[in-house]
Design a binder for this molecule. Structure first.
Ligand code: XBP
Ligand code: MG
Length: 240
């Protein structure tokens, strides 16, 4: 019988037990499996240049814009803040995002983006324990493959019982859609699952699906409010 993972406070050792006892570990991608947002930001700026869009997102601007999950949604949200002469039709923004995804693939091919510390060890330990693994991400399916086919290998998909990307569901994080779709595909309820996330949007999404969350602090979200998380670590090496 799987005990619902509902630790309010625990010792580090018990967090390891909590992770080991989960039937399924559900990983977020960007910021959790790997620090990819720097590459996303470069891909957005390359797409702006390619499409003649007179925008440039520096790190400070991008950190604020990351409050909005989803690249297309982020573009639309930013467009609303721009003066009319810098505004673009939704069709143009969709085309810019398609260009951005192509640039992301190009940049991923040029720069090896490694898994964060402790991720590979946790994945292998979970598989050795017979636990299921899944992915619930806001980014696109193609971006997940571009990252993991290099960071893990072309066999990466065989490690995960379910992979749900933002372009496969109606609403992106903080809505629970991707997590609910993972549970549906696994034929599982939330109890016995543990989500591993890096952002407040991800925490809200998993919590709304009834799934407890382990937070690993990432570059762009380290000062988010994680008070409702099961636990917060800087790196997964702390629980390996
Ligand atoms: C992080 C996101 C994504 C990426 C950009 O996803 O919010 O939108 O920033 O990717 P995760 P797209 O849930 O994995 O943390 O442009 O493909 O949306
Ligand atoms: Mg993330």
């Amino acid at each position: 019988m799987n005990i619902p993972l509902s630790y309010s406070a625990f010792q580090p050792g018990s967090l390891k037990d909590c992770i080991a006892e989960a039937r399924t570990l559900i990983f977020d991608v960007d910021g959790t499996l790997a620090e990819t947002e720097a590459i996303h930001r470069r891909a957005f700026n390359a797409a702006f240049l390619e499409h003649g869009v007179e925008w440039y997102w520096d790190r400070c601007t991008y950190k604020k814009l990351l409050r909005v999950a989803g690249g297309k949604e982020r573009l639309r949200s930013y467009a609303k803040t721009q003066p009319p002469s810098y505004r673009y039709t939704d069709r143009q923004l969709v085309e810019v995002h398609q260009g951005k995804t192509r640039h992301y693939a190009r940049l991923m091919a040029q720069h090896t983006c490694r898994l964060r510390p402790g991720v590979e060890a946790l994945i292998h330990a979970a598989i050795a324990r017979g636990q299921q693994l899944a992915i619930a991400t806001t980014t696109t399916s193609s971006n997940v493959d571009d990252l993991l086919s290099r960071a893990i290998g072309t066999h990466w998909r065989s490690l995960f019982a379910a992979v749900v990307a933002g372009d496969e569901v109606a609403r992106k994080k903080p809505a629970p859609d991707v997590y609910l779709e993972v549970l549906a595909r696994l034929g599982q309820s939330a109890d016995g699952c543990l989500a591993i996330e890096d952002s407040a949007n991800g925490l809200k999404a998993a919590a709304a699906a009834g799934i407890p969350v382990l937070i690993t602090r990432s570059e762009y979200f380290r000062d988010d409010d994680f008070s409702s998380a099961l636990a917060v670590v800087d790196e997964l090496t702390e629980v390996g």
